[in-house]
Design a protein around this ligand. Sequence first.
Ligand code: SAH
Length: 258
Amino acid sequence: MRKSATGMVYIVGAGPGDPELITVKAMRRIQLADVILYDRLVSEELLGYARSDAELVYCGKAPGAHAMPQHLINKALVDYALEGKLVVRLKGGDPFVFGRGGEEALELAAWGIPYEIVPGITSAIGAAAAAGIPLTHRNYAASFACVTGNRCHGDNSPIRWDLLAHSVDTLAIYMGVSQLPAIREELLQHGKAAATPVALIERGTTSRQRTIVGTLADIHTLAVTMKLSNPALIIIGEVVRVRDQLLHAEQQAIALIG
Ligand code: SAH
């Protein structure tokens, strides 16, 4: 196994699910690594590109078990690097978008360990593309925001739903499945129109992707009916209409050609 005096940690984004959506740089780091610490949302296929003697460490949550606590992940990154190893910390999507990559980089910086951040396609970008929903569009949306849905607790919520309801055209909400009724309530309370189109994209970019479209008024019941499960992304805004327009145009084209 390759060792040097100083190790190095690569905090790498694996992309949104489809293994082909990883970057060339990320792939090169995977092929180089002595150790790979990977998360639940990372495609298994990508681990197949690791060296045959690389150590693979699962940090996600196994069914019925707990995820590795963040402080232990931080410690493992530091310990492996101090042993002189090339370490890849492989995360779903982008490491700096709800990925705790910032916390890990701070830990490494505090220890003086060299590190590199390799960005990835975040799931909002990937899932929206795969569902045919442009996050911006000249007719519908001049802005979009990536928002976490799991800190949605009424008055104590650090999320400014009041501002998001009015000042951002497209909302891409991560980790929001279990909070969907609360998110819907917040947005309606702050004056977002009940007719605003909403899309729920489950396992975006993978072969098991499902997309459900509705409005703010009925999306929470649709989610229950469809038994929506994680990982899923909520996209709220007029741009969701483009999906239907694309499907319609494609069907017309097929009818014309065929
Ligand atoms: N760093 C990741 C986000 C991690 S938070 C990124 O940049 O994408 C985990 C949340 O990401 C999930 O709860 C879900 O909302 C979203 N997510 C991740 N992969 C997804 C996928 N393939 N389809 C839809 N949503 C996904």
